[in-house]
Design a binder for this molecule. Structure first.
Ligand SMILES: [Zn+2]
Length: 284
């Protein structure tokens, strides 16, 4: 919200605004994705399972380190809210904010999903995206954002004047994680990768916007699992997110998750990234 500012504009305002930006986190020194290994692994990977995520529900899935998982649109335009955890320790989970700071507001092929402190390492690398052609539209919209949080019943309660709705992504992810045997699931659910969602910020007010997803049946997003993963995916009650979420009014569709494992010989010379090397003393 921009209100009239009560102070005078300084005489050098134009000069201050004209200062060129610098990238906060130049990524040239990040460990590069090992695309040769991904290509070799993909050729010999074998499918070990699949999970259908019903509309307005969440489901969990596991992916071995060095394997792949693919999220597909199968029946109609639908966005998915993805959480990732280390299968060994669910306290290590996806860090949307740092991933955004490193790779930008929306993810594309070659970008990583990074874990929280103190691990801060790649959990998964995006290796294929059939919506890669979308780029940026005339409204500034792009697909697969790491800026949204996840639709949730608390914000819905605030904005609707006391409404109770139980199939927001936050609740779907909480139930799915709990069903996977993780205790204290709600506190571990975190800000998501918005799979297939088309979003941006309005140029005038800077507000977060969404628009109908360009995803169609047959489209998919595929990842290489850098560590052994427990994933949970919610088929958002917003459907293609063209109008609203937090209700049962939008047309919703299931999503499919397929999982592959890679034989050890195809991973020769590769190892999961080690946890972050900072000594953790914080100068004390
Ligand atoms: Zn949602």
């Amino acid at each position: 919200m921009h209100r009239p500012f009560p102070f005078q504009t300084p005489p050098d305002a134009a000069a201050r605004r004209a200062v060129a930006p610098v990238i906060c986190y130049p990524t040239e020194t990040l460990p590069a994705p090992d695309s040769a290994t991904y290509a070799r692994a993909r050729q010999s990977a074998r499918k070990i399972g699949s999970v259908t995520v019903p509309a307005r529900e969440g489901r969990a899935f596991r992916v071995p380190a060095g394997g792949f998982f693919r999220i597909s649109c199968t029946e109609g335009p639908q966005v998915g809210d993805l959480n990732l955890f280390s299968a060994e320790d669910p306290r290590e989970r996806f860090y949307s904010g740092k991933t955004r700071a490193l790779h930008g507001t929306h993810l594309g092929v070659g970008d990583r999903m990074w874990s929280v402190f103190p691990w801060l390492r790649p959990m998964a690398t995006l290796v294929a995206d059939t919506l890669g052609w979308y780029g940026v539209d005339a409204f500034g919209g792009r697909v697969h954002d790491v800026i949204g949080t996840r639709c949730d019943p608390y914000t819905h309660w605030l904005l609707s004047g006391g409404g109770q709705y139980h199939h927001c992504c936050h609740s779907n992810l909480t139930r799915a994680l709990s069903d996977a045997g993780v205790e204290g699931a709600e506190a571990l659910v975190h800000d998501v990768l918005n799979v297939f969602m088309c979003t941006g910020f309005t140029a005038d007010t800077g507000q977060y916007f969404m628009k109908a997803s360009p995803v169609r049946p047959g489209d998919y997003l595929e990842f290489f699992a850098e560590i052994e993963l427990l994933g949970v995916l919610s088929a958002c009650p917003g459907g293609d997110c063209s109008a609203e979420h937090s209700s049962d009014t939008a047309a919703c569709h299931p999503l499919e998750v397929e999982i592959w494992e890679t034989p050890a010989e195809a991973l020769a010379g590769w190892a999961p990234p080690r946890p972050n090397g900072y000594d953790g003393t914080h100068g004390r």
